[in-house]
Design a protein around this ligand. Structure first.
Ligand code: SF4
Length: 227
């Protein structure tokens, strides 16, 4: 697998905010968002590692509550990532037979049919949680179907995101959790739009809420391992 860095920190956004997490940042992305936080990191040289070796590296890190695959776009390395997730399902992590697995994705990479069974929503707790952040340059598409997979949506609120777009998506999947994060935590500029979207969606019982990139408030807290 092509890995940019692995590190341990506290998840700063989305449904697992505040949890101790091991992060694996996979190299490469299929998009070029102007506001990308990771552009600098993604230009730095990563390293190549097998799924088995990466499992050992993660398991050797201090125990966490959560494993997060991020990027870049982790689903570009779907085959290798699936191999790694299978190992985690078989052996657990840090002595925990069933660690929470989160994948942060832009939602534009289709799941390969032969691998999709690993990711499908299941009755037992061994399931992968996709946190999908759809992007304007792909018309906010989400190819990971929330009817089949465990999906939370997370939108960057900026000039591109419209009330109608979010409302249409929320009406299509009314059970889904959705976060609205102001671009660059710029609350002064983007809070009016957050309020507009919340007003349009919450009155109809949709599960949408304001999010914050807490790690940008907490500051740099990561401890590097490898990479
Ligand atoms: S999809 Fe994410 S990682 Fe890729 S360019 Fe956009 S913000 Fe950056």
């Amino acid at each position: 697998m092509k890995v940019t860095e692995i590190f341990r920190s506290i998840q700063g956004e989305g449904p697992y905010t505040g949890m101790s997490a091991a992060f694996v940042r996979l190299e490469g992305c299929n998009l070029k968002c102007t506001f990308c936080d990771e552009a600098k990191v993604m230009r730095e040289l990563g390293f190549l590692v097998s799924s088995e070796k990466l499992y050992e590296m993660i398991d050797a890190m201090p125990a966490s509550q959560l494993i997060v695959f991020t990027g870049g776009e982790p689903m570009l390395q779907q085959e290798e990532l699936t191999d790694l997730i299978k190992v985690i399902h078989e052996r657990g992590l840090w002595g925990n037979p069933n660690p929470t697995i989160q994948i942060e994705t832009n939602g534009t990479v289709e799941l390969l049919p032969e691998l999709s069974y690993i990711y499908k929503r299941k009755d037992n707790v061994k399931q992968v949680h996709f946190v999908v952040s759809p992007k304007s340059q792909k018309d906010y598409m989400c190819l990971i179907d929330p009817s089949t997979y465990n999906v939370t949506l997370k939108y960057v609120v900026n000039e591109d995101l419209t009330v109608r777009m979010v409302h249409n998506v929320m009406r299509k999947w009314p059970w889904i959790d959705c976060y609205l994060n102001c671009q660059d935590n710029d609350f002064g500029t983007w809070m009016p739009r957050v309020m507009e979207i919340l007003a349009a969606c919450t009155g109809t019982g949709l599960n949408i809420r304001m999010g914050t990139q807490m790690h940008k408030i907490w500051g740099e807290m990561k401890l590097n391992y490898g990479g």
